[in-house]
Design a protein around this ligand. Structure first.
Ligand SMILES: Cc1cc2nc3c(=O)[nH]c(=O)nc-3n(C[C@H](O)[C@H](O)[C@H](O)COP(=O)(O)OP(=O)(O)OC[C@H]3O[C@@H](n4cnc5c(N)ncnc54)[C@H](O)[C@@H]3O)c2cc1C
Ligand code: FES
Length: 249
């Protein structure tokens, strides 16, 4: 884990209220694994950093960012050459079994941020990868043209404006059959539904939580698991879907 003052390389809006923020932070990019995140400082006047999943760690370190409040709006306003204070990589990340040949990645909305990183790595390892992306409407769907070649992509929108019409979970029964392992990032409601649908395959989910420190010191991010209370920032954010006490969170 490193703390870096990183220059912004680029910051582009590719979808409404959504930005691809790329910074120059080689020491963090070199260590980053899919599913890990960074705590990003939003500038002067902000005390708490914001957690953002690592979206790409190649030439630069990239985040896929949606504006939901003051902090994310400040990050969306960064320009090339501005400096941003980043701590990372943090958390455990997804764990792919060496023998898993066929992976299913399930992204609800912004869940494509860490899963696109996982898809790129798994394809380089010559695994077969399907990414299913769901959202309310087409302006919430990650740009398919930015995804790597060789990836099987299924898009599902609730209003049918792109891809299949319906809820992403409607299409899971058909998709899970060929998967050795399933990885997901999305809202808790989606995980609750997945838990009922996928009963015979290992599923890893990335949990969202309010974070203070991002490093295990403040307990703001505690979630309840079969092994007792766990900190999403340090023990997660990735957990086995069976380990979370869904009825108690
Ligand atoms: C491990 C992890 C990885 C994340 N990765 C990404 C990512 O790659 N891209 C991205 O856009 N966002 C990601 N988030 C969510 C992101 O951290 C929040 O959207 C951000 O902190 C909001 O800050 P703000 O000041 O703009 O909003 P605030 O003004 O603090 O809050 C505005 C609204 O945003 C929601 N919100 C704020 N913080 C969180 C949070 N931690 N979890 C869930 N909802 C929240 C609440 O509904 C709140 O009402 C991630 C969160 C976690 C825990
Ligand atoms: S955010 Fe402080 S312990 Fe997790």
């Amino acid at each position: 884990m490193k703390r870096i003052t990183a220059p912004v390389i680029s910051n582009r809006s590719l979808m409404p209220e959504t930005y691809l923020l790329e910074v120059d932070a080689p020491p963090i990019a070199a260590e980053a694994r899919p599913g890990q995140f960074c705590m990003v400082h939003c500038g002067e006047g902000y005390f708490l950093r914001r957690p953002l999943s690592i979206h790409r760690a190649a030439d630069g370190l990239a985040f896929w960012l949606r504006v939901v409040g003051r902090g994310s709006a400040a990050l969306a306003g960064l320009h090339p050459g501005d400096k941003v204070d980043i701590i990372g990589p943090l958390g455990n990340g997804y764990s792919v079994r060496p023998g898993a040949r066929s992976l299913l990645l399930v992204a609800g909305g912004m869940g494509a941020a860490p899963l696109a990183f996982l898809a790129r790595k798994a394809l380089r390892e010559e695994r077969s990868v399907t990414l299913v992306i769901g959202g309310r409407t087409r302006t919430q769907i990650y740009p398919v043209e930015m995804l790597p070649a060789g990836l099987h992509v299924v898009v599902v929108t609730e209003d049918g404006s792109q891809g299949e019409k319906g809820l992403l979970t409607d299409f899971l029964p058909g998709l899970v059959r060929n998967a050795d392992q399933i990885f997901s990032c999305g809202p808790v409601a989606m995980y609750r539904a997945m838990r009922q649908i996928v009963v015979d395959r290992p599923v890893q989910v990335s949990m969202e939580a309010w974070m203070g420190c991002g490093m295990g010191a403040c307990y703001a991010c505690t979630t309840l698991t079969r092994q007792g209370p766990k900190q999403v920032c340090r023990d997660g954010p990735v957990f086995d879907i069976q380990d979370i006490l869904w009825d108690e969170i």
